[in-house]
Design a protein around this ligand. Sequence first.
Ligand code: HEM
Length: 138
Amino acid sequence: MALSAAELATVKQAWAKLTASSFEDAGEKVFLALLKDPNIKANFKKFKDIPEASLPGNADMRAHGKKVCTVLDKFIKGDEGAAKSTGTMHKGLGMSNDQIGAMRGALVAVLNDAGEGGAVPAWNKLFDHFMEVHKSGY
Ligand code: HEM
């Protein structure tokens, strides 16, 4: 279901705050949260053998996080194409939609850490819509 104008404004305001310094910084925070789960970390051949204590500041993780944030940024701005093609790409990697859904928890953790817990309900709606579009790429 589409977000209301107020919900979209809430999403955008929180996203502007999270990404104010850079998409690398935001992406790093998101991936530090995501990769805490060893079952998720095991899917990333680039990161699975890096000990958790060495992940902060890791250049590959920051670069990957930037790419993921770029897809989310386009989606927030109303461009759904990248989300759909990311679905097709994840399918090709053998990743399920349930696995990709783990990003919701990472985003919520980062929003809460940034003092943006009030934006979580609007972000949940955005993420629901992201997953619908992502699934359409499978
Ligand atoms: C909002 C959610 C997500 C977005 C927008 C997203 C986006 C992307 C993008 C753009 C790439 C390509 C990176 C490149 O070209 O180097 C990628 C790769 C990948 N994604 Fe995702 N992703 C998301 C969530 C996840 C989650 C939750 C998982 C695992 C549970 C996952 C697993 C992977 C894997 C294994 C790769 C391949 C990495 C490699 O190059 O070795 N993604 N994703």
